[in-house]
Design a protein around this ligand. Sequence first.
Ligand code: ZN
Length: 458
Amino acid sequence: MDSQRRMRSNVVSVGTHPGDDISPELDRLIKQRGRDLRVRKVDQQNAVKIVNHLIESLLEFLKNNEDQPFFREVSVLTSGSYYEMVKINKPNEFDIMLKLKVPRLEMSELEEYQGLFYNLKLLKGTREEIKHFLLEDERTVSATKIKAEMHRLVRKFISTHFKGQGWVICRKQLNSPAVTLEFNNKEKEDEIMSVDIVPTLEVPQGWPQAARAGPNINNWLGKKCRRQFVSKAVYFVPKRPKGRNLKDDAKESWRISFSHIEKEMMQYHGHNKTCCESFSNKCCRKRCLQLLKCLIEGLKQRYPKELEPLCSYHGKTAFLHVLSDRVQDSLWSPAQLSVSFMKLFGYFERRALDGSLPHFFIRQHNLFSPPAFPKRALAFLTNVLKEQRELGLPVLKVPSPSAALVPDTDALIHPNPVNGTDSIVAYECSFRYVYIYIGLVVVIVCVGIGCAFKKKIL
Ligand SMILES: [Zn+2]
């Protein structure tokens, strides 16, 4: 608290309209954090190899499994932050969606959730393998049954194919659609990673009514792009709404997922198709999202209880809204990083203040509405964001315990004390510098001795 008060006395005004008035300190801080994020990608490569091996083996296992033919036809739907390269403080967290094919379905919206949660029913009775995952009415596809089977199959897979190799299955969580696996490498403690495996239904028909209008991207990516998106399949994951005393249909509900389209929008994010294709037309859009996610994760680490309902999807949603409004690529040039980020931050803060953050695809669904986002948590978030803005975003400021060891140059990573992975990376980096110094000294001494010997011999 004291340190916060101290900071308050050094308040750097950024004005009431963030983005219009950015102090040099804040500008430096944003750019510094942006640079830190760039370096981390390198550390992912080993984790990616291990996870790829795991998933390839799992697919092979499912394709050949004797006990559940419905899971034989799975394939991977690439999605999640790893593939978008915007995973922040935990670079070793992976989301893998496993696509399961289903016949045509009737999608009925759960009224109180404005188009986000659905019951899925077969149009007619079936003898296909999906019949093992229906409720008593022999039509409704059971989210709990599919989730439980996914869990059982993954458990069997690990115990038969990866036993004793460091993978552990986490306990089932009621509100999560995923089977979570964790990997602990005893020899290399920094190689801790987790993989969320999510069974996903691919529904071969048009989008449900609530999403029919499609995302608001006409000015940004164009009408043609919007039409292409809307013609794609729609996906559902076995996720129930938050809250107690759910009705029976809510317990068996599916949440609609647009992560395949979000991924595409992240990849081809420019107003001009050529954005980020080469060094000369780089933009800072992805970096802005990374910074916002960083801020959200930092706040959640500080206030885990108060900000429990907040998640990175809120940040991503705000980001997509800003992108669809601030369309010109020139506004997002790398030099505009601080201005662009503060525009995004300002938008996020205003949405929290208004208590309204529409889902990007299902606009009538407000992600800041209770019970998913209780009023008390929203009020807390609003205050915290205001405080962050007034204090010059201290949550992005991370004290560097290794600063004494390393020269203060921009290229170094500043560790995040609340995150183990980053700290390890940073220490490694700073020790690397110490080694370079020692190496240089040794070389100079050797050369010196060599010269002295030469002189003697001559
Ligand atoms: Zn770009």
